[in-house]
Design a protein around this ligand. Structure first.
Ligand code: C2E
Ligand code: MG
Ligand code: MG
Ligand code: MG
Length: 280
């Protein structure tokens, strides 16, 4: 019986792997045409300081509504692009477009606003990210310190020596660095003081755990601030969560409650989706 069910699990697992492989292959085959036919688009999700109500950073997120495949998630798109060698070209397009859009975003929200972009670990490994970013800046006259690069924690660990050279180069050039999704993987607090980041984005799992108490987040926030880094909490979906976090001293907040990711025109119009925090 146990043997049979074990076998069924294994078969389902293999079946799942096969489907995932086919899906990835299918997506990969469309990427090149999608890029040249301009099928990708960008949305922006603000990060807000809840004491001042001002937008401090705007995060860039890629979107793809394929005529053949329908909506492909950002995660699937990036995963396929990494596997088929398209990550460099697609990322270059994303950075260029985001930097162009950012001129209008800054005019709308003020000089203090920064632009953040997500960086795939593979691009750090390949080193191609430096050239892609430099090109995007050159096209628009922006400076490295206008940008925040969001890197996941596995890329940032001090013993990830294969990433370190490129990360140090980016830091030396003046780019801001954020650790994305901190707390979602094998986050080790002991490493925090040797990571060259300016921002730590706490994963939305911390928000989910708020109903069990606020001490963890209060202490982590203090610890990260004491190490000279700023905290952002992502995935805030309602007013209660936002208030709880504010009471814990977490002032930089991002999530559907404040604003869903939104196209450039919607963001510029601030069409009601960008929640004013002052009146909360
Ligand atoms: P991420 O950088 O951690 O982005 C946050 C994700 O959470 C986004 O999903 C966003 O739409 C979603 N989100 C934001 N607020 C909330 C909330 O309050 N509740 C919930 N449930 N979700 C929220 P998205 O856009 O599907 O992106 C998923 C991941 O794909 C990103 O995670 C990032 O790792 C990657 N990604 C997205 N765009 C890019 C890109 O341009 N380049 C690279 N390399 N990766 C990207
Ligand atoms: Mg991110
Ligand atoms: Mg994140
Ligand atoms: Mg993520």
């Amino acid at each position: 019986m146990a043997k049979n069910s074990g076998r069924r699990c294994w078969l389902e697992y293999r079946q799942g792997m096969r489907e995932q492989f086919h899906r990835r292959t299918h997506i990969s085959q469309k990427l090149s045409v999608a890029l040249s036919d301009n099928e990708f688009s960008l949305v922006y999700q603000p990060i807000i300081n809840v004491t001042t109500g001002s937008v401090i950073v705007v995060e860039t997120l890629v979107r793809w509504n394929s005529p053949e495949l329908g909506v492909v998630s950002a995660e699937e798109l990036i995963d396929a692009a990494e596997h088929c060698g398209m990550i460099r070209d697609i990322s270059s397009w994303i950075y260029k477009q985001a930097c162009q859009d950012f001129i209008a975003i800054r005019n709308r929200f003020g000089e203090q606003v920064l632009l953040s972009v997500n960086i795939s670990g593979l691009q750090i490994l390949q080193g191609s990210v430096v050239e892609s970013l430099v090109d995007a800046l050159a096209d628009t006259g922006l400076k490295p310190d206008d940008l925040v690069l969001e890197l996941t924690e596995n890329v940032m660990l001090p013993d990830s020596t294969e990433y370190a050279g490129t990360i140090n180069q980016l830091v030396a050039m003046g780019f801001g660095i954020a650790i994305d999704d901190f707390g979602s993987g094998f986050s080790c607090l002991a490493y925090l003081n040797s990571i060259p980041a300016d921002w730590v984005k706490l994963d939305r799992e911390f928000v989910r755990q708020l109903n069990k108490g606020t001490e963890t987040i209060r202490c982590i926030n203090q610890l990260i601030n004491a190490l000279g880094m700023q905290v952002i909490v992502e995935g805030i979906e309602n007013q209660t969560q936002s208030h709880q976090l504010k009471a814990c001293g977490v002032l930089n907040q991002q999530g559907f409650w404040h604003s869903k990711p939104i196209g450039l025109q919607g963001l510029l119009k601030g069409s009601g989706e960008l929640r004013k925090i002052n009146d909360m």
